[in-house]
Design a protein around this ligand. Sequence first.
Ligand SMILES: [Zn+2]
Length: 55
Amino acid sequence: MAKGSKREYVWMECTECGDKNYRTEVSVVAGAPKIELKKFCKRDRKRTVHKVRRK
Ligand SMILES: [Zn+2]
C-alpha cells in the first residue's frame, strides 16, 4: 500500500565469517532495523546468526 514508505534493501551478514548471504527488504520507519535471523551460511556450511547490514 503506502507508496514511498521507508523501505530499503539490506544485506543479511553472517556474524561468524562476515559473508553477505541474503538480501532482504526491511522497513526503516522506526529507525535502523535490528534484525537477527538464523540462516544457512554456505561458507560455514551451517546455520548461523545473520544480522542486517545497511549500506
Ligand atoms: Zn558464515
